[in-house]
Design a protein around this ligand. Structure first.
Ligand SMILES: Cc1ncc(COP(=O)(O)O)c(C=O)c1O
Length: 386
């Protein structure tokens, strides 16, 4: 018998569902997978019902509902001063994950090399492997997870086609500074490569930290595929409405893949998200305040535990260092935590391929949870359990 694809044979099963399943079995408070335990706003759900009463229950245009592309064009102009043409430069996808997949397929040939920062969102590596391209991970190291310029410079070869950036960064919570983005973009231009910029946490930044899209830097627009999604911003991760913004040439390539991959995303949901985006400026004020408070509850609680949390600048994750004397890997520690404290977290070594031992030092908690869920988790973490 012939075997399934060798490239697919390289892929690992995602750790997320395993942790959520185990958390449910043990009755543990689930701070592992990155999704809210509360619903998104009801006014946006009303938009879906309205859209389903209108002419939106059949296929929409494969590039995305025009209403949503127009809303996105307006939003990116208003918020960052970026100008993308809804007709030729904006594509709606099934979440950022499909946008990422289409972008990797659109840009890469077998044998190409891709630089990515580890820890990374695990779909990047999977997409690179499915194309038959080669990932070259560069490790971000605590406590500040800053851009490792020298190591990064060494990672470029004449086969490098693209670099993957994720800011605000899952799982470290780092928001790349303007100076870091400038240094990175100089390298990108010098080595003549593309960048896939995953910005799904663009509106989740704290204190004085501001998200800067790398495509806004000089010379970067033509080299960047900017990817984001409605999932985290509107607390509807299950809707899977995402988008890619790129030059006309890159958009043509992305749309080629997208039309034969999913063809299109759920039409009524796209129409609802377009209306939500039209109100985003008012929406973001209480949204950010509520997440600032959630970060505070979990961070202050974790500080009192045996773990050493890093204060996140963005995202809804807190990465913590496991105490050194524990002699436990992240996976062992997470299982112990789930059994003894009834709190589930993610072991981040799954997000590393070059230096998994670096990831074994940490655990990741998600604070996209109700305040009371976070308070209960803190109580559990600070109390001895059976
Ligand atoms: C960095 C990053 N990119 C992309 C995604 C997926 O986004 P979507 O649900 O829109 O596919 C996630 C979800 O956890 C993520 O953390």
């Amino acid at each position: 018998m012939k075997k399934p694809s060798a490239n697919v044979g390289l892929l690992k099963e995602s750790i997320f569902s395993e942790m959520t399943m185990k958390a449910n079995q043990l009755g543990a408070i689930n701070l592992s997978q990155g999704f809210p335990d509360f619903d998104g706003p009801s006014f946006i759900k009303d938009y879906v019902n309205e859209a389903m009463e209108g002419p939106y229950n059949q296929y929409g245009p494969p590039s995305g509902a025009m209403a949503l592309r127009l809303s996105l064009g307006e939003m990116y102009k208003k918020i960052y001063g970026l100008s993308y043409d809804p007709n030729n430069e904006i594509t709606v996808t099934n979440g950022a994950t499909e946008g990422l997949f289409c972008s990797f397929l659109a840009l890469l040939d077998p044998g190409d090399e891709v630089i990515l920062f580890e820890p990374y969102y695990d779909s990047y590596l999977a997409s690179i492997q499915m194309v038959g391209a080669k990932a070259k991970p560069v490790t971000l190291r605590g406590p500040d997870f800053g851009l490792p310029i020298e190591e990064l410079e060494k990672a470029f070869t004449d086969k490098t086609k693209l670099i993957v950036l994720n800011s605000p960064h899952n799982p470290t919570g780092k928001v790349f500074s303007k100076a870091e983005l400038q240094a990175l973009s100089e390298m990108i231009i010098k080595h003549d490569v593309f960048v896939i910029s995953d910005e799904v946490y663009e509106f989740l930044t704290f204190d004085d930290h501001k998200h800067i899209p790398i495509s806004s830097l000089p010379g970067m627009r033509e080299r960047t595929i900017m990817i984001s999604s409605s999932g985290k911003t509107f607390s509807f991760t299950g809707w899977k409405i995402g988008w890619c913004l790129a030059s006309e040439e890159l958009t043509k390539a992305i749309r080629m893949v997208h039309q034969f991959n999913t063809f299109g995303a759920a039409h009524p949901l796209q129409v609802a998200v377009s209306k939500a985006i039209n109100k985003i400026e008012d929406y973001l004020v209480p949204f950010r305040e509520s997440y600032q408070k959630k970060r505070e509850i979990l961070y202050e609680g974790l500080k009192k535990s045996e773990l050493q949390p890093f204060l996140p600048e963005g995202t809804f994750f807190i990465l913590c260092q496991i105490p050194q004397g524990k002699n436990k890997t992240d996976v062992e520690y997470c299982f112990e935590l789930m059994e003894s404290k009834k709190v589930a977290a993610i072991p981040p070594s799954a997000f590393y391929s070059r230096s998994p031992e670096e990831g074994q030092k940490y655990v990741r908690f998600c604070f996209a949870k109700k305040d009371e869920t976070l308070r209960s988790a803190v109580i559990n973490l600070l109390e001895a359990k059976g």
